[in-house]
Design a protein around this ligand. Structure first.
Ligand code: HEC
Ligand code: HEC
Length: 382
């Protein structure tokens, strides 16, 4: 009987923890996202008369999104610009910046997609603007992209032998013959939806990523800090392999927005400069370069309240980092901290998993979501 009770409690706890992590956790992290202006004013407020993004889809496009879903287009097409390595999808021309949770708030069915057999469509509307091309492609992709494996949808069109009102000509060069298609209202909705796919706005949490060339140009007009970055890049050639590996792995965690990642870049930015008024910089920060124990504590439990970084005051909240929050392992924390201590002109000793484990043990009584305050961290008795 006693065992049965334990067993039941065990099952209950297992389910409760999963529910907390996946339902409540996600809700806390993303639940109250709302449209926002491309950047915030000095007071951290949305400027008056600013356009808010994302915008809801126009009605026709909204209807088209249901058709798109019903036809299973999202089995082969994702709608998420990802940052595998800095600018990866951006380099492929699929977007100007990685997609953020906020971009999806108006989608009833979030169209992240399953697999990438075809190109990501997040920004199709900025790439392909020709309505006729989209209709031809929808009717028979092979008519415009001969090798395409994108499935045709002829049932969405009336096929005619002669041109008529609203018909679109499909010219076949081989046979020197023409076919004419007239879009049904379903086809019109789908094309309206495809044309509406545009992530052509910035968000406070994610600005456009600069093209690699323009970054290089900036480096040429080097300010002092850029020079320092270049020197580090040169020096890193002389670092021992294990350290280079740790820095590379840490950078991956810094840039990763998936389980096992730290998501750090979304707030502190890929260049470690943070965002004025909101997210403090990691470049040149005493909190990063100084005492390791403080730094490790921040990486385990997060940070809140007033803090001064590089002479500027911030008063914001950083939940325990990682996806899900507070889930980074000792090794991951060691790697990401070693990385932020050694990029953007920063140069400081590596952090080992053992050091993280020591600090974790020292503060093991602390509740998982109880964030530190700067005052608490500076009081070394903690
Ligand atoms: C079997 C996987 C698959 C499915 C399902 C699929 N596509 Fe595609 N799609 C592709 C591939 C591969 C390409 C690249 C070749 C091409 O351009 O035709 C592509 C290309 C496209 C393009 C051109 C993209 C660009 O950037 O040029 C559009 C638009 C498109 N698909 C729309 C759709 C729509 C709408 C549906 C649902 C009716 C759909 N696809 C279903 C595989 C698929
Ligand atoms: C959701 C946004 C967000 C994410 C993600 C995030 N931080 Fe922070 N971080 C902040 C904010 C906000 C503060 C300042 C908190 C305050 O005002 O008390 C901060 C402060 C810090 C500080 C101390 C101040 C400084 O600038 O030196 C460090 C170090 C730090 N974060 C490291 C990280 C690392 C490492 C990661 C990823 C593992 C990370 N952060 C992920 C928002 C974030």
């Amino acid at each position: 009987m006693n065992n049965l009770l334990k067993f039941a409690i065990g099952i209950f706890l297992t389910l409760a923890v999963a529910w907390l992590a996946f339902v409540v956790g996600a809700r806390v992290q993303f639940g109250d996202l709302s449209p926002i202006s491309e950047s915030l004013g000095e007071d951290n407020e949305i400027p008056e008369d600013a356009d808010l993004f994302p915008m809801p889809l126009p009605g026709l496009a909204e209807l088209g999104s249901s058709e798109y879903l019903a036809l299973g287009c999202n089995t082969c097409h994702t709608q998420q610009v990802r940052m595998v390595e800095a600018g990866f999808d951006v380099e492929r021309g699929w977007g100007k910046r990685p997609s953020m949770a906020r971009d999806y708030i108006y989608q009833k069915h979030v169209m992240l997609g399953n697999t990438r057999i075809g190109p990501d469509l997040t920004n199709l509307g900025t790439r392909v603007i020709d309505t006729e091309w989209l209709h031809k492609h929808l009717f028979e992709p092979q008519a415009v992209v001969p090798e395409s494996v994108c499935p045709p949808s002829p049932f969405l069109y009336d096929l005619r032998e002669f041109s008529s009102d609203h018909s679109i000509e499909l010219f076949d060069e081989e046979n020197n013959s023409s076919r004419f298609i007239v879009p049904s209202s379903r086809a019109t909705r789908i094309v309206a939806y495809l044309q509406s796919l545009k992530q052509d706005y910035e968000l406070p949490e994610m600005a456009f990523i600069e093209e690699p060339e323009s970054i290089d140009l900036e480096k040429l007009s080097a300010s002092d800090s850029d020079l320092a970055t270049n020197e580090i890049a040169l020096e890193s050639a002389a670092l021992p392999d294990w350290l280079n590996n740790q820095i590379a792995s840490g950078k991956e965690i810094y840039m990763k927005a998936a389980p096992g990642g730290g998501l750090c870049f979304t707030c502190h930015q890929p260049n470690g400069q943070g965002l004025a008024g909101q997210f403090p910089p990691l470049a040149g920060s005493d909190w990063v370069l100084g005492d390791k124990e403080r730094l490790i504590k921040i990486s385990i439990h997060g940070l809140m309240g007033e803090i001064e970084v590089n002479g500027v005051k911030y008063n914001n909240v950083m939940a325990p980092p990682g996806i899900p929050p507070g889930s980074l392992t000792d090794q991951q924390i060691a790697d990401v901290l070693t990385y932020i201590r050694n990029d953007w002109g920063n140069s400081a000793s590596a952090v080992s998993p053992f050091e993280v484990a020591m600090v974790r043990d020292k503060i093991k009584g602390r509740a998982p979501m109880q964030m530190w305050t700067a005052a608490e961290l500076n009081n070394f008795d903690n």
